[in-house]
Design a protein around this ligand. Sequence first.
Ligand SMILES: Cc1ncc(COP(=O)(O)O)c(C=O)c1O
Length: 476
Amino acid sequence: MASALIWQSARCVLRRPAFPSQKPNCAQNFLEHLTTCRQICPASVTHQQNLSTMTSEKHTYANRLRGTEKNVWVEFTKLASEPGVLNLGQGFPDFKAPEHVVCSLQKAISSDNQFIHQYTRPFGHPRLVKALSKVYSPLLKREIDPMTEVLVSVGAYGSLFCTIQGMVNPGDEVIIIEPFFDCYEPMVRTAGGTPVFVPLRPSKTGVISSSGDWKLDAAELESKFSQKTKLLILNTPNNPLGKVFTLPELEMVANLCKKYDVVCVSDEVYEWMTYPGHQHVKIATLPGMWERTVTIGSAGKTFSVTGWKLGWSVAPEHLLVGPKLVHQNCVYTCPTPIQEAVAEGLELEESRRGSPECYFTSLSLELLPKRDQLAKVLEGLGMHPVVPEGGYFMMADISQMKADCPGDGSNEPKDFRFVKWMIKEKKLAGIPPSAFYCAEHKNMGENYIRFCFIKEDSTLEKAGEILKKWAAESAS
Ligand SMILES: Cc1ncc(COP(=O)(O)O)c(C=O)c1O
């Protein structure tokens, strides 16, 4: 199969007049041709698998995508999939999704209604947008119009993409709070915008701490606003920190958005996952903020079905004009059976609100002991955890770790080298948080590792064994 593909690509290259005398007689010749092609077309070197793109500059990818090639998920998911590696990297559960949600999907696809297999309304399946309106109207303290104030897209990724592409003009500035979910930066740049970064700063390092110890400096944040600022991207509960922004913090952000007439994109995919003492507040509910906020959610995170890739934006109609245009000309509509199943799941959970079995609240109760268990074993190893107030990730401070982690001379941040070493030597995968910082601020993240704890207890126990063994080896 592989050789057939190479052969096909080789024929494609060899048909080109640049190599008229070459005969396609062996793969070796072909590889030599590639070397020549790379010299002609250096930009394509990063896409070595796509062999047929290496023949002409016209075959290379668009200029606006340059600089977006490196992706932490692509790189580390591959490393974490090596045999025997325990994966506490990417954020997905290794336990079963709620049975009723899975049954709803089974029911949808085996239904007698043949239209369930056909295109549905482009901006959201009617049953789903109605269910979302039911869930979000009380949370947003207003009646949400399901037909004009909701847009369903391909995961929260899709919702973020449609919002950023649909709102940002070349030259616009977008404020991004660090550490940030990594796709914000390339999404802004490919829209022609300029990301302007402002970090959350920890008040404690080198000791066990809380994500609440990471704060925005009000003066520093205000200094990032300008006439060009169009959007501010907020993420609460935050990935990777797990910080749940408090009401005063949100008021500070909201007041600046109002003062500088900026739209807030509020990524709230972990909205249901907060731990005792911390409450998720929707910035759109603060005075004067509904009119200027796009609130983004995710079915994948809400129902532990990240593979379903369904997300939504809830916003006033005027803020959804651009995102809807991007959506209708990009994916047009999302899979109907998935939307039907998520709608049924939301309807059921909404009817269970306030009862212990409601998944919106039961999941974080299930996650709480997992969080505490992971924090304990990390602390035992000397990796001081930043205990999250929400979400299902934990950052751990590795600055005092004794690890035989080589500097590989690659200019990679320390956390990238550390995680690669940890995967290879300890068979444990995490994510390097400097990926959640801009180029100038990578040093702020490189003394941490991000671990995901939405895992079976048995998985966390195995991680605990690895960490304890590591601690014992370090002590000896
Ligand atoms: C903060 C944040 N936003 C958005 C997403 C993307 O969500 P989805 O899987 O629904 O596309 C993620 C996924 O990890 C996330 O952590």
